[in-house]
Design a protein around this ligand. Structure first.
Ligand SMILES: [Zn+2]
Length: 374
C-alpha cells in the first residue's frame, strides 16, 4: 500500500537532461488470457517515444530495453496492476504491484508520471490500522488487500534504580508499575500524534484499532476526539503479531465497515431516484450527467467492466452507438473499458468516486450510479 507522501517524493525528481519512462499496465489475468499485456507494452514502447523530439528518442532506448527484459522475465509478484518508472541515465528503477488494475499507458517526461497512482489512492478506501500493546504501537496503511507499515513506537525503557527503589517487597513493585504506566502513556501519546499526522497527510478517513481489549481501552483514553471519531472498528490481535496475521484479522473488519458505509450511500442514491431527482443510475444516464458536469458523487461496482465509445474529437463518452458523436458529430472510437474513462473524467471534474464491492441493486441498475449537483 503506497502512501501519498511516498508518491509526492517520487514526483519531486525533475531532470533537465534525461527522461523518466513511466509505464502502467493492466496485468490482470482476466483481461490478459494470453499474457496480452506484453503485447500492449510492445505497442506503447513504439508509439510513445515517437512523440519525443527525434534527436532525443534514443535516450530512452536503455529504459525500454530493461523494462522489456523485466516484463519478459514475468515478475513473480505480479498482481492485477503494474506501475513501473525507469530512468536508466540516473540508474533509477521503481516498480509497484497493485491489487487494482491500471489503464495501459506509457508517459515519457522529465519527471515521473504518478497521476494513475494518486488516483488509485484517492478512489479506493484506505484504512489506518493501529496495533496496540503495552510494549509497542504499530501503524499500517491498508487497503486493496494490501498493507504496509508506516510507523512504530516502542515503550521507553523504564529506568529502575534498584539501589534507590530498593528491591524489597511491595513498594518497589508499585513504583515499577507506576513507571511502566507512565512510560506507556508517553508511548500512546507519541502514537496519537503520529496518527493525527498520518490521517492528515494521507487523507485517511477510517481507523481500525487492533490489540487486546485492555490495551485498546487504555489507548482510547489518550486519543483526542478528532481521532476517535474516525475509529470505524476494532479487532483482537496479539501486539507482536506478524503483518500477515494482522491483515487477515483486519480484512473482515474493513469489509464490514465498508458494507455499512456502502449500504447507507446506496440507500441515499436510490431514495433520491425514488423521489424523482438528485440521482441517476445506469451507463446512459450517468454519461449524460457527466457530460453536463452535473455529477457530485459517483458509485461504481469495482470489478465491473462495460464497453462504450469515446469521441476522437471532443472526448465525449457514450454507450456503444453506431453513429457519430451526439455532441460534436466527431468520429467515435470503441472503448472496451468505458468505466476507466468515466473514472478519469470524473476525477478531472472533481467528482468524488466510490468503488463499491457488493451491491446487487446497483449491479442490476447497470453497475454505475451518481448523485447529481443540481
Ligand atoms: Zn464529440
Amino acid at each position: 500500500m503506497i502512501s501519498r507522501q511516498e508518491l509526492k517524493k517520487l514526483a519531486s525528481h525533475t531532470l533537465t537532461d534525461a527522461y523518466f519512462v513511466s509505464l502502467y499496465l493492466n496485468v490482470d489475468p482476466k483481461n490478459n488470457p494470453k499474457d496480452d499485456w506484453l503485447l500492449h507494452f510492445k505497442n506503447l514502447s513504439k508509439t510513445t517515444p515517437a512523440n519525443l523530439p527525434a534527436a532525443e528518442r534514443q535516450q530512452v532506448n536503455p529504459d525500454i530495453e530493461r523494462i522489456e527484459k523485466y516484463l519478459y522475465d514475468r515478475p513473480s509478484e505480479t498482481k492485477r496492476g503494474l506501475a513501473l518508472i525507469s530512468c536508466a541515465a540516473r540508474n533509477f528503477w521503481w516498480v509497484y504491484h497493485s491489487m487494482v488494475t491500471f489503464r495501459n499507458d506509457m508517459v515519457i517526461k522529465r519527471e515521473p508520471y504518478i497521476k494513475p497512482l494518486m488516483q488509485q489512492i484517492d478512489i479506493y478506501q484506505r484504512y489506518l490500522i493501529v496495533v496496540i500493546s503495552g510494549e509497542q504501537v504499530r501503524l499500517f496503511i491498508a487497503g486493496m488487500g494490501m498493507m504496509e507499515p508506516v510507523f512504530y513506537v516502542t515503550r521507553p525503557e523504564v529506568s529502575f534504580d534498584r539501589t534507590r527503589d530498593g528491591n524489597t517487597g511491595d513498594m518497589g513493585e508499585l513504583r515499577a508499575q507506576r513507571k511502566k504506566e507512565t512510560s506507556e502513556r508517553m508511548m500512546f501519546k507519541g502514537a496519537a500524534a503520529a496518527i493525527a499526522d498520518i490521517v492528515q497527510s494521507e487523507q485517511i478517513k477510517r481507523i481500525l484499532l487492533g490489540g487486546s481489549e485492555g490495551a485498546r481501552g487504555r489507548f482510547k483514553d489518550v486519543l483526542p476526539t478528532q481521532i476517535t471519531v474516525r475509529v470505524a472498528g476494532e479487532f483482537t490481535v496479539a501486539g507482536n503479531a506478524a503483518e500477515k496475521e494482522i491483515l487477515a484479522r483486519a480484512i473482515p473488519e474493513m469489509r464490514k465497515v465498508e458494507e455499512q458505509f456502502e449500504k447507507r450511500a446506496l440507500e441515499e442514491l436510490f431514495h433520491k431516484i425514488s423521489i424523482g431527482g438528485g440521482g441517476v443510475v445506469g451507463l446512459s444516464d450517468v454519461l449524460t450527467a457527466l457530460q453536463q458536469g452535473n455529477i457530485r458523487k459517483m458509485y461504481i461496482i469495482s470489478n465491473a467492466t462495460q464497453p462504450g465509445m469515446v469521441c476522437k474529437r471532443c472526448g465525449a463518452l457514450t454507450p456503444p452507438r453506431e453513429h457519430s458523436c451526439p455532441y460534436c458529430d466527431g468520429e467515435m472510437q470503441k472503448a472496451p473499458y468505458i468505466f476507466d474513462h468515466i473514472i478519469q473524467k470524473g476525477i478531472d471534474q472533481g467528482v468524488r468516486i466510490d468503488m463499491i464491492e457488493n451491491a446487487p441493486e446497483l449491479v442490476k441498475a447497470g453497475c454505475i450510479g451518481a448523485l447529481l449537483r443540481y
